[in-house]
Design a protein around this ligand. Structure first.
Ligand code: NAG
Ligand code: NAG
Ligand code: NAG
Length: 439
């Protein structure tokens, strides 16, 4: 890159200022590359985002308030999944790269020749509770006759595909819908339990136009929910929202008809406003939109609706994204070895805060349950979980090339994302046991 000379006189202050800036420019470029130029995936180009594990907010419609304190005392209603450590797990995953047919190619590290297997043998141990292994049968029973929708970007897809693989070990799903071109909208049906599981591509959750043609920036309309998924909301019983990385990309932001600013838009006469406030506004608009519409539905039908906000999934680019060794680690970080900080922390906090803000307004929550799946920290501790060069099959078949594209953003399947779904199931079980108690 640049010679280090210019910084010689003020090595500390200048590099400190300069680094975050280059980082925010380079990382999106690398990620853009992953999203827009994935080379040879045959059938399923969608991706998912990651979830979070902690419990942030929970509300149920009508527990008798008098016994609430007693319930809390007698049963552990919640578990803080946020803090803990990765411990060795002899058993390993429920599925593998050949037994599950719905893994997106770029995340099928096993069948792409990733040689080390150690990353498959870790389980998350929260500090104060146990996280049981995923039980596909229990999950299916709990969502019997329901529709579970994953909404978001490629991290939502990453999580959806993990769930599909685990559920398929007990009950094969049928793909009942996919939009012709790029599979961004898909639905599976599990006949055994009459369950629908679907994925909706919506990388901003709010209305947006992704860059295309000569417009090399995204356009976001921060005051409107994206109808590509929201128009189906009345058919959804459980919604997992998972976004984040797309907000780093160059974009122009609208509020109503007027431009409120942009991010990384040199040459345009708009104010640079960064992406944090925009991200917050998008989450706010989304939750508000859900509560307005679903609140009415649930009041009319008495049906519970569950909203899960998966927090930001960290990447682990350590070297240059197109060089050998971009995310080379093969073990999780140990407890205390890696702190959650910077953009990962800020993005996660925004999501958690917005969930809490809604929770604080109990009127909005009637008939709805909301939780932040706080997976940011536990995922941060898994630098070993990404495809890296194995996003393509056998990348080193002819030796190590000068340029090797790496994916240090998405996660191998099987892999750490399976844990997000373990937490999802555990949250659902705690919801149920609380309700059983309040009956
Ligand atoms: C994958 O799982 C299948 C079915 O459980 C098993 O027969 C096969 O040996 C596994 N393959 C690998 C590479 O672990
Ligand atoms: C599943 O989706 C189909 C349409 O694809 C719909 O007819 C059916 O009612 C849905 N079932 C549930 C439980 O949501
Ligand atoms: C940029 O916007 C400002 C304020 O809206 C305006 O005064 C200025 O003329 C604009 N410059 C260009 C080159 O359009």
């Amino acid at each position: 890159m640049v010679s280090s000379k210019p910084f010689k006189d003020h090595p500390q202050s200048l590099t400190k200022k300069f680094l975050p800036w280059t980082f925010y420019i380079l990382l999106p470029l690398a990620i853009l590359h992953l999203y827009f130029y994935p080379l040879n995936f045959p059938l399923s180009p969608s991706d998912q985002l990651p979830l979070h594990n902690p419990i942030i907010i929970e509300t149920s419609s009508s527990p008798s308030s008098s016994s609430k304190e007693e319930e809390r005392a007698s049963v552990e209603i919640t578990c803080d999944y946020t803090n803990g450590k990765w411990v060795h797990d002899k058993l390993g995953p429920l599925y593998n790269g050949t037994s599950c047919s719905t893994i997106k190619d770029g995340q099928n590290c096993m069948s792409h020749g990733r040689p080390d297997m150690g990353y498959l043998h870790w389980r998350w141990k929260p500090n104060q509770c146990q996280l049981p292994r995923f039980e596909p049968k229990t999950f299916l029973q709990m969502v019997r006759n329901k529709h579970l929708a994953f909404v978001g970007d490629s991290m939502a897809r990453n999580q959806l595909e993990s769930l599909l693989c685990m559920l398929a070990t007990v009950s094969p799903p049928d793909l009942v819908y996919h939009d012709g071109g790029d599979n961004k909208f898909r639905r599976w049906h599990f006949p055994s339990h009459n369950v629908n599981v679907s994925i909706y591509w919506s990388p901003f959750l709010v209305k947006g136009f992704e860059k295309s043609g000569s417009r090399n920036y995204n356009e976001l309309y921060l005051d409107s929910v994206d109808e590509r998924w929201a128009s189906d909301m009345d058919q959804m019983d459980m919604i997992v929202l998972s976004v984040g990385h797309w907000f780093l990309h160059p974009a122009v932001y609208f509020d109503g008809d007027s431009v409120m600013g942009c991010h990384f838009c040199p040459g345009q006469n708009y104010t640079e406003v960064g992406f944090y406030d925009v991200f917050r506004k998008a989450i706010k608009t989304t939750l508000k939109g859900i509560f307005e519409r679903k609140g009415a539905i649930s009041r009319a039908s008495g049906r519970e609706i569950n909203i899960i906000v998966a927090t930001f999934s960290p990447h682990h680019f350590e070297g240059q994204w197109d060089k050998f060794g971009a995310c080379p680690r093969t073990r999780p970080y140990k407890k205390g070895e890696k702190e959650l900080e910077g953009m990962d922390l800020d993005m996660r906090n925004i999501e958690v805060e917005e969930v809490e803000a809604v929770k604080g307004n109990s009127e909005q929550l009637e008939g709805l349950r909301l939780v932040a799946l706080d997976i940011t920290k536990l995922s941060l501790m898994r630098p070993d979980g990404h495809p890296g060069p194995y996003m393509y099959a056998f990348p080193f078949a002819n030796g190590i090339a000068e340029r090797v594209q790496n994916d240090c953003v998405h996660w191998c399947l099987p892999g750490p994302v399976d844990t997000w779904n373990e937490i999802l199931l555990d949250v659902m079980k705690r919801w149920d046991s609380r309700e059983a108690q309040s009956r």
